[in-house]
Design a protein around this ligand. Sequence first.
Ligand SMILES: Cc1ncc(COP(=O)(O)O)c(C=O)c1O
Length: 350
Amino acid sequence: MPKLYIAEMLRAQHKHHVSFHTPGHKRTGADITELSYSDCLSSPTGILQAAENDIAEILGGERSFILTDGSTSGIFSMVYALKAAGKTSLAVPAYSHPSVWHACEVMRIKPVPMPQTVRYGIPQQPDVAALEAALEGAEAILLTSPDYYGNIANLSAAQKLCVQANKPLLVDGAHGGHLHREKEVYAGSYADMWVDGVHKSLPAMTQGAVVSAKSQGWAKNLHAGVLRFRTTSPSYPIMASVEYAVKYPQNDRIKEAAKAFKREHGCYENADWTKILVPFGKEGPKAAAYLEAHGVYPEFNDGNYIMFYLSPCTKEKDLKVLGRLLKKLARGEVKEDAPAGAIPMYSEDE
Ligand SMILES: Cc1ncc(COP(=O)(O)O)c(C=O)c1O
């Protein structure tokens, strides 16, 4: 494991520490605030700067910003950066996360939905024709990759089209923090700005995320966005966990085990090993109850699939337990064109 600047600072704190500062619990330990030795996230010059520099180098960005308010604040910051560059419209997948629609609403950027076909009950990534059409009608594109169902967007085609049209490409990688070691499918290999939701698929605490920009120009605008949409009271345990998660080594064993598991259990064929979707159809609720009774909690049951979310920290023995339990369960038919319950299409009333 490379040097962990934030965790080492937290470990080296003075034992004798009398708190006349926030937070109000007044306890010593990791949950401190920005002090002389712990740096300041809005204008870092010490350990936070060192951690963000390392993260940017690993993720392939000109600059990366640690977030303790989830991918949501990264998405708001990216959309702010677009607005600051004078853009007024953004093509987004029809099944984008609510934070994307909300950011457009707040920034007064017109969202232009890209149609997504639903196949096997799962929205598919916009195809090249949809990307081409999107670029006719919008000044930038945002793709979600991978999405909640583990489908990976055609980022290489999107990048080529965006470069030709001289329009920026943004990626919501809330579910793709683990992909930075797989450069051919990683958002940072293609996008001008992207979010890594490291708390979902890497060992970071809930809400830990990173937003990055590829070039100096976008980094400047993104920084302005981050200063507006990020808390000024960042949690040190979350920040330390973000640095740890980004530097966490690849786990090829669990990745290969997951791929074999998917083949063995007739799972939905997606490209992201961390998302295992087992088709249960109407048998889903019974299956989920059985699994919970055995102490196994999945990510979601959308009425078609039960989804099991893995990370490099998933234990092979737990995957084996899951496999044994699944073999005891009845399966139902997947509704082919049913809208996906886990990522409903946005409605204006929200
Ligand atoms: C595709 C997608 N984007 C963005 C988000 C927002 O991420 P966070 O909850 O970390 O703010 C989510 C959350 O589930 C998501 O699924």
